[in-house]
Design a protein around this ligand. Structure first.
Ligand SMILES: *Cc1c(COP(=O)(O)O)cnc(C)c1O
Length: 361
């Protein structure tokens, strides 16, 4: 209790990010789902070009250059979604977009519904904004209890594929939830969608209450720049802008805007590295299997795995001794699991070497 803090500040428990070690040169850092491959060469070029005297000027406040790239990209990849400029909202990381969205759509009497095991920032935002929420336990096999969301009153936020389980929920199931929540905003956080799921982008044309949020941090190798975006019906985007412009009109700096646009334009490069990560995930899953691990079926750039003979906390500590950093969550239901980001083949080989050296498995 700090006497100079407001009662809200005194009451909050903030999100705890995964460890970001100072010196990663000799570490295998597979704990926060970053991409092992660099951003596309075109992205680095765009950044260099933007480092000029124009930095004295404020940036364009809607990141229109990136929106233009997104419109082109979705025309190509999801033509039936029929997305135009007015359907996109760009933010300083999808965390910020999510914060604005929760503030914009849920600060009323009805609760926000979410899974018990999911991205833990959602409840932190709810506490910050005073949003009531209802927790829906995942089924025993860690799949989403869809019926429970269908019956619930209020908004819904679902990570798909889910984190930290990696399990993908089919678009038809999301449609089922949307059909039963016509007057609530449904947010689908597709941070990991490029690694194996099908985006529900096309549903935007059909549902004015669907907001999809995603990030350039994972599949676009840009965690260091902080770029995320949302898309949905234009009225939802207007609502997001009301909140943003009541907080900070210039969330996207000039460098992030051009880098984000270049990352979207260079989708061919990213398709190649995403395929590589998926192949590495398949190999890692098979290797974990040989060593007695039980791994959930992942559609993400990480696997969630448990070993019947070892406590997850001991595995995490042993791996850390060997310079391999993985993510451990000391939470009910998942405290015997490790979340392991899929790195390069070389990094994953070093992970297996460390397991062998420390535990003989
Ligand atoms: C990583 C992640 C985010 C945050 O992404 P940023 O754009 O880096 O803020 C949001 N949601 C989920 C589920 C994530 O895993």
């Amino acid at each position: 209790m700090n006497r100079l803090w407001s009662s809200v500040t005194n009451s909050l428990t903030p999100y705890v990010p995964g460890e970001q070690p100072k010196n990663i040169d000799n570490l295998v850092k597979i704990n926060t789902n970053e991409n092992p491959y660099p951003p596309a060469p075109g992205v680095l070029e765009a950044i260099k070009k933007a480092c000029n005297k124009d930095l004295r000027l404020y940036p364009e406040c809607n990141a229109q250059i990136m929106v233009d790239s997104l419109v082109e990209f979705y025309k190509l990849k999801h033509p039936d979604a029929k997305l135009e400029s007015e359907n996109f909202f760009i933010g300083n990381g999808s965390d910020e977009v999510l914060a604005f969205a929760l503030r914009a759509f849920y600060c009323n009497q009805k609760p926000l519904n979410m899974n018990d095991i999911t991205y833990s920032f959602y409840t932190v935002y709810c506490d910050l904004f005073g949003i009531p929420y209802t927790i829906h336990p995942l089924n025993r096999d860690f799949t989403v209890n869809v019926e429970s969301f269908v019956k619930a009153k209020g908004g819904v936020i679902i990570t798909n594929p889910n984190a930290p389980t990696g399990i993908y929920l089919d678009v038809s199931q999301i449609k089922y939830i949307l059909d039963n929540h016509k007057d609530d905003v449904i947010i689908i956080d597709e941070a990991y969608i490029d690694f194996g799921g099908t985006s529900c982008a096309e549903l935007i044309a059909e549902y004015d209450n669907l907001l999809i949020v995603t990030t350039l941090s994972k599949s676009r190798s840009l965690a260091g720049l902080r770029i995320g975006y949302a898309y949905g019906h234009k009225d939802l985007i207007t609502g997001l802008n009301v909140i943003k412009n009541s907080f900070n009109s210039y969330t996207m700096d000039r460098i992030a805007q051009v880098a984000g646009a270049a990352a979207i334009d260079n989708w061919k490069y990213y398709d190649i590295i995403t395929d590589k990560i998926i192949r590495t995930r398949q190999w890692v899953t098979a290797e974990l299997d040989k060593r007695g691990f039980k791994t959930l079926k992942s559609s993400s750039n990480f696997v969630f795995t448990t070993h019947p003979d070892y406590h997850a906390i001991d595995l995490a500590r042993g791996l850390r001794n060997q310079g391999v950093v993985v993510r451990y969550f000391n939470k009910p239901r998942i405290n015997e699991y490790l979340r392991i980001t899929i790195g390069s083949d070389d990094e994953m080989q070093r992970f297996f070497d460390a397991l062998n050296k420390e535990f003989g498995i």
